[in-house]
Design a protein around this ligand. Sequence first.
Ligand SMILES: NC(=O)c1ccc[n+]([C@@H]2O[C@H](COP(=O)([O-])OP(=O)(O)OC[C@H]3O[C@@H](n4cnc5c(N)ncnc54)[C@H](O)[C@@H]3O)[C@@H](O)[C@H]2O)c1
Ligand SMILES: [Fe+2]
Length: 391
Amino acid sequence: MDMKPRTFLAPRTIVTGAGCVEQLGDHAKKLKATRVLIVSDPGVCAAGMIEKVEQPLKAAGLETGVFAESVPEPPMTSVDDAARIAEDGGYDCVVAFGGGSAMDTAKMVAVLPGTGKKVEDYVGIDVLDNPGLPVIAIPTTAGTGSEVTKVAIFANEKLNVKQGVSSAYLVPDVALVDPFLTMSCPPRVSAASGIDALIHNIEAYTSVNATPLTDMYAIKGIELIARSIRTAVYQGSNVEARFDMALGALYGGMSFGNAGVTAVHALSYPIGGRFHVPHGDANTLMLPWVMQYNMLGCLERFADIAVAMGLDIEGLTAREAAQMAVDEMRLLADDLDLPLYLSDVGIPASAIEELTEGAMGQTRLLVNNPRTLTRDDVVAIYTACAERPEG
Ligand SMILES: NC(=O)c1ccc[n+]([C@@H]2O[C@H](COP(=O)([O-])OP(=O)(O)OC[C@H]3O[C@@H](n4cnc5c(N)ncnc54)[C@H](O)[C@@H]3O)[C@@H](O)[C@H]2O)c1
Ligand SMILES: [Fe+2]
């Protein structure tokens, strides 16, 4: 690890623990809010959860408005539309309430109004030049870590890829991480979002931009998620497992938000953007194949991951331990019934050229990868996971 000066961004206030959403009104008042826009999505609404944020805001004497139409894996134009609705409402604070899709939509809704710009105009690193309204982020999945990151990810419908807006202005002011809010997540959502959080920690730990601070969060995040993800998925009422997952996702945000993600996300974005495969599924699919490729670039780090996952590496070489970590990912994907091959999600091998184009365009992520990737390497990785073998 080099000793270059590195910046670590995080919200000024992070509250964790069961029932902490009840403190929302106090935090909004500290931000001088008077009229608060709650941004969420229909799934969260259908789970009957909006009142969990509306009630504490109203109890604190604040006016509220609700926009619960954010779209899962949000297309850019859907966010532009949401921002236009918010523009006329006279709001002075935004509550980002939901999974990564709703939180990312909310983060942009807080910065777009009044700028005359669209999401597309702010794609890239530090293009956004407007602090916008204060944001309180409250995750309802244990997944993206968007409650603490400087990133928001959207589907560019014109280019058929996912693209990110990355800016210090997107770091929420307050994150309230309440594991009770994730209890209603169905198993599929818990599995896909939970493994995304694991991947954030793994990619941050193996990023060439990892720092001592991001390592601390990443390795602990891997440990928490590896020990609890199966229980959280298959016994969703288990509060301890849900709390481990909520913290593991938060740590994933703290680590990857500063160290970056690497080729797993780069190769999964075209799968999501072009074929609309949910983010967690697309990432799981790519994970073992990219890890297999990457491990030769940083064997010791992959051996550390094996230890954090609770694997016994006594007497093994770093290479053997690293291989155990990769094999464990395949087992985990199988246990959680998540895809491992392009054919599992209906993508034909004929799409590999197009997927490769999309992945090579993710330079913001590929520069973090611990092993150099050429175009041919990317084709080889997609080809390796094209078809599930028979039997
Ligand atoms: N900003 C970041 O730092 C970051 C990082 C990784 C991924 N992402 C993005 O986040 C999105 C994925 O987010 P996600 O995995 O959290 O899923 P999601 O937000 O798309 O939610 C998945 C589904 O679960 C439902 N849901 C959420 N919470 C629920 C609950 N408590 N009970 C019942 N249903 C619930 C939602 O309504 C939705 O239908 C993708 O667009 C991805 O690109 C962002
Ligand atoms: Fe992710």
